[in-house]
Design a protein around this ligand. Structure first.
Ligand SMILES: Nc1nc2c(c(=O)[nH]1)N[C@H]1C(S)=C(S)[C@@H](COP(=O)(O)O)O[C@H]1N2
Ligand SMILES: [Mo]
Length: 380
C-alpha cells in the first residue's frame, strides 16, 4: 500500500476507534474482576438478572473488535520502528519506551483473552490475575501515549483525512468515489471504512455466543448453543473428577449454620417447596445461555437449619479446582431467584450440568454457579 496512506490523519482516527473499544473493554473487564473478587465499594446487585451477561458479552465483543483495529493501527505507524537514530534524546527514549510497553501489553491482553475464550492455555500463569494486572499496564501506557501525542492528535483531527488530490485532474466526471482516489487507489477514508467493516465482522463472529439471533454467525465462538439440555458445558463431570461421587446413592447435601447441620438427600430436597426461575448462565469467556431452572430456594435451605441471614458458602464434590466453591453474598442468598437447582429445562440436571444439584443465582458470572454441590454453610 502506498506510503501516503500512513499518516497522522489516519493513525489518529484509528486511535479514536481503539480508544472507544479499549475503554469499554477495560470498564467491563473491571466489573468482571470485582464481581469475582468482591469489594465493599462495588456491591454488585442480583438485579437486573442479565446484567453480567450483557457486560461480559460486551467485554469479549469489544476485545475481539480491538484486534483488527490494533493491527491496522500498527500497520499505519510501523515504519517509525525503523527510524534512526534509535534514540534522539531522553524524552524521545521515554516516549519510545512507553510505546513498547503499550504495544506489548495490548498484544498480551488480546492474545491471552482470545486464547482464554478458546480455553487454550499455552502458559503456566493464572490467567485472570495476569489479564487483570496487564490491563492496568495497557491502560496506563495508553493514557501516557495519548497525552504525549495530544498536539499531533488535535492537528490531525483538524485536517481532512485525505489530502486534496495532487493528481492530474480526474477525467471521471463523477470524481473520486467510494474510498478510491482518481487513480483508482484506495484512500485513507477507504482504509478506515475497510477497517470498520473488519471490526464489525470480528465483533459479529463472537457476538452470537451471547445474542441468540446472531448465533449462526458466531464462527469464532467455540461454545454457542451446543450441549445437553440446550446449554453449553464448561467443565464436564469427568474433567472435575466427580463421575462416581455425583451418582453415589449415599449423596446428601450438607447444610450448616453455626452448630446446626442437616444432611438432605435428593428425595428430601425434592420434597421441599420447588421454585422455577428463568436465568442465564453467563460464562466469563463470553458465551451465555438462558435456561429454566427448578429447585429449592437458597433462603429456604438456610431456614431449614434455622440460620440467620448471611453470606453462604457453597462447596462442590469436585476436589481442588479453582471453581470448586463459592461464597454467595447475603443479598443474593436472600433473593427469591437464587436456587439450589435440581432441574434444567424441565429435566433432571445432566451430570455435566451439576447433578445432583447446583447453585444458580441471578446476575452472577458462570464461574460462580457451582456445580455438583456437596455442602452449603451460612458464614458467621
Ligand atoms: N464445581 C464446579 N462448578 C462449576 C465449574 C467448575 O469448574 N467446577 N465451572 C463453572 C463455569 S466456568 C461455568 S461457565 C458454569 C457452566 O455451567 P454449565 O457447564 O452447566 O453450562 O459452571 C460453573 N460451575
Ligand atoms: Mo465459565
Amino acid at each position: 500500500m502506498p506510503a501516503r496512506l500512513r499518516s497522522p490523519e489516519l493513525a489518529t482516527r484509528l486511535g479514536i476507534a481503539l480508544a472507544i473499544t479499549v475503554t469499554i473493554c477495560f470498564a467491563t473487564g473491571l466489573i468482571s474482576h470485582f464481581v469475582q473478587n468482591p469489594v465493599a465499594w462495588l456491591p454488585w446487585p442480583p438485579f437486573p438478572a442479565g446484567l453480567y451477561r450483557f457486560t461480559q458479552g460486551l467485554h469479549v465483543v469489544t476485545g475481539i473488535a480491538t484486534i483488527p483495529l490494533l493491527l491496522v493501527k500498527l500497520w499505519s505507524v510501523y515504519p517509525r520502528l525503523f527510524e534512526r537514530p534509535v534514540v534522539r534524546s531522553a524524552l524521545h527514549a521515554a516516549e519510545r519506551g512507553s510505546i513498547a510497553v503499550l504495544v506489548g501489553s495490548m498484544i498480551f491482553m488480546l492474545v491471552t483473552g482470545l486464547l482464554n475464550a478458546a480455553q487454550w492455555y499455552p502458559w503456566s500463569f493464572f490467567f485472570p490475575a495476569m489479564h487483570y494486572a496487564f490491563a492496568w499496564v495497557a491502560v496506563g501506557a495508553l493514557i501516557i501515549h495519548i497525552a504525549v501525542k495530544l498536539p499531533v492528535i488535535t492537528k490531525a483531527l483538524r485536517a481532512p483525512i485525505d489530502p486534496p488530490p495532487i493528481d492530474p485532474p480526474s477525467i471521471d466526471p463523477l470524481g473520486p468515489v467510494g474510498g478510491m482516489d482518481s487513480n483508482g487507489g484506495i484512500t485513507r477514508r477507504g482504509v478506515l471504512a475497510t477497517t470498520g467493516a473488519a471490526t464489525v465482522l470480528a465483533a459479529l463472529s463472537v457476538a452470537g455466543q451471547t445474542v441468540p439471533w446472531l448465533r449462526s454467525l458466531a464462527i469464532l465462538a467455540p461454545r454457542s448453543g451446543e450441549g445437553p439440555q440446550g446449554v453449553p458445558i464448561n467443565r464436564t463431570a469427568r474433567a472435575a473428577g466427580v463421575t462416581m461421587t455425583a451418582v453415589d446413592p449415599a449423596w446428601a447435601l450438607e447444610v450448616r449454620s453455626g452448630a446446626t447441620t442437616r444432611r438432605l438427600g435428593l428425595d428430601e430436597l425434592r420434597a421441599l417447596p420447588q421454585t422455577e426461575v428463568v436465568l442465564p448462565i453467563a460464562c466469563v469467556e463470553g458465551w451465555s445461555a438462558t435456561a429454566r431452572w427448578r429447585g429449592v430456594r437458597v433462603r429456604d435451605l438456610v431456614e431449614v437449619v434455622g440460620g440467620r441471614a448471611g453470606d453462604v458458602q457453597f462447596l462442590s464434590l469436585e476436589q481442588g479446582g479453582l471453581y470448586s466453591g463459592t461464597v454467595l453474598p447475603q443479598r443474593f442468598a436472600e433473593h427469591p431467584d437464587s436456587l439450589v437447582a435440581l432441574e434444567i429445562n424441565g429435566e433432571t440436571l445432566n451430570i455435566d450440568h451439576g447433578y445432583p444439584c447446583r447453585l444458580i443465582a441471578p446476575n452472577r458470572p458462570g464461574v460462580l454457579q457451582t456445580k455438583w454441590l456437596a455442602s452449603m454453610e451460612v458464614l458467621p
